[in-house]
Design a protein around this ligand. Structure first.
Ligand SMILES: [Zn+2]
Length: 200
């Protein structure tokens, strides 16, 4: 990064929080500091009866492996909409986000490159319907029981972990979209929080 993404000035270096960081020279007016490169991945646990939705990768790495649907949240995209979009794109399933049930923090190790990645697993409720897929990025999709999964080759371990976790926790036990809270009504901001039982 050479230029300030906010104001376009050539970035310089200054100390902040005990490290040298690329920063905007307009410290008072702009104040931009480059804290690093991060990406956000999203994955979806979606059940139909007691079966979980899996898709089969059509491209390498791991072509042929089965995993929960998911992908990357765009930088300018509401994260709840990003996972609903991925489920629809990959499996043809219309689903609504319910709660976040876990995340993985991988320093320097997203699938998308060297940037540090946070991969958030959400639980979603699906509308009934058949699965479909594009036969390119995704070459299979369907709902599978744990028994069926045990007999499938190459189910991604992170997906198995997430499905197991979702099966053993109550829906809404995780972090849900908070309708109230600082920033809840600000465009582009979404608050997630635990939901006390009396608010469900
Ligand atoms: Zn700037």
């Amino acid at each position: 990064m050479n230029f300030c993404p906010r104001c376009g000035l050539t970035l310089t270096s200054r100390e902040d929080g005990g490290r040298e960081r690329q920063s905007c020279p307009d410290v008072e007016g702009c104040g931009f500091i480059h804290f690093g490169d991060f990406s956000i991945g999203v994955g979806a646990v979606v059940f139909s009866d007691d079966k979980a939705l899996l898709v089969q990768r059509g491209q390498n790495p791991n072509r042929g492996a089965w995993q929960i649907p998911g992908g990357y949240a765009e930088a300018d995209e509401d994260i709840a909409l990003s996972i609903e979009r991925e489920v629809l794109e990959e499996a043809g399933v219309t689903a609504k986000i319910r709660d976040a049930i876990g995340f993985r923090h991988a320093i320097g190790g997203g699938i998308g490159g060297p940037s540090t990645n946070i991969y958030i697993v959400f639980r979603l409720d699906a509308e009934p319907g058949e699965t479909s897929f594009d036969n390119d990025e995704i070459i299979g999709a369907g709902y599978f029981s744990l028994d069926e999964m045990a007999n499938m080759e190459r189910v991604q371990s992170l997906s198995s972990w997430a499905i197991d976790l979702a099966m053993r926790t109550a829906p809404d036990a995780g972090l849900g979209v908070a309708m109230e809270g600082p920033g809840a009504d600000r465009p582009g901001w979404t608050m997630f929080g635990l939901r006390p039982e009396d608010t469900l």
